[in-house]
Write a protein that binds this ligand. Structure first.
Ligand SMILES: [Zn+2]
Length: 282
């Protein structure tokens, strides 16, 4: 991007027409702020000397608002406490539990498993901006233990869902990485899989209804259901480090080109209520 202003170490530079810029900084870490017309201001940390590095910025306008971001990525709806981001920091492996649903003994139909597999393949790269491919998928009757790091287990168990909420169709054990379990009540509830993978990837319920969202019953009619607002905000989240708080003020411990600190583990189940079935509500 041309014409952005970059400030660090008491110096200022402006990006050229090809987006390049140069700052002659003393060795060490420096807070840098990128600002300018048409972009959301961003402050992060860079390490000098560092050869070349790239900074991304969010265009102002378009499908972006900080308020919606705080709801969907930071659990801030309704004045709730803002949480740090919990994106995956490595490619997850998904296990589809193909054993019969234990409450009814019903076999899981092949087309249902195919539907879940396709939802993973589409949703994971979509929400992570291609950072993860969603291709590590095992269909198994011998899944790993729940919450094994690096894994997501998807299964059908009506009794387990009932334990959390009598009327819920499905739930995820938590929001975000680096381990998760998704449980569907019955086979017909499998349609909720895109929404649940949204939780797996780090999205909360944007309860305030600030923008249309598949994470709050107003997505698109056809899979993968997510709105442009969902997708843009999720992708912005995946361009930020774990532990990021305000979207464009990265934590001081995060250095571009360095290693992101692991997000604090959280284990609160998130229960999803679907007041009506598709096609008109999500
Ligand atoms: Zn939900």
């Amino acid at each position: 991007m041309a014409g952005a202003t970059l400030s660090a170490g008491g110096m200022t530079a402006r990006s050229a027409t090809d987006g390049s810029f140069a700052l002659d900084l003393p060795a060490g870490d420096h807070r840098i702020t990128v600002s300018g017309p048409g972009i959301v201001e961003r402050t992060t940390t860079i390490r000098a000397p560092n050869g070349t590095l790239a900074l991304d910025v969010i265009p102002a306008g378009g499908p972006w608002t900080v308020d919606f971001y705080r709801e969907i990525a930071r659990n801030g709806a309704g004045g709730g406490e803002l949480e740090p981001l919990i994106p995956w920091d490595s490619e997850p492996t998904f296990y589809i539990d193909a054993r019969p649903e234990p409450t009814t003994g019903a076999e899981i139909p092949a087309e249902t498993i195919d539907f879940v597999r396709e939802a993973i393949r589409v949703t994971v790269p979509l929400l992570s901006a291609g950072r993860y491919r969603g291709e590590r998928i095992e269909v198994t009757r011998d899944p790993p233990a729940d919450m094994t790091p690096g894994t997501v287990i998807l299964r059908w168990n009506a009794a387990e869902v009932s334990e959390y909420a009598e009327t819920a169709d499905a739930f995820a054990y938590r929001v975000g990485g680096d381990a998760n379990v998704v449980v569907f009540r019955h086979l017909p509830e499998t349609w909720a899989v895109h929404h649940e993978i949204g939780h797996v990837m780090g999205l909360y319920h944007p309860l305030g209804g600030l923008r249309p969202s598949h994470m709050w019953y107003s997505g698109e009619l056809e899979p993968p259901h997510f709105t442009e607002w969902d997708i843009f905000h999720a992708q912005a989240m995946y361009a930020r480090p774990p532990g990021n708080t305000d979207v464009d003020v990265d934590p001081p411990g995060f250095v571009i080109g360095g290693t992101a600190a692991a997000a604090a583990a959280r284990a609160e189940p998130v229960v999803c209520f679907f007041p009506e079935r598709p096609p008109d509500r999500y």
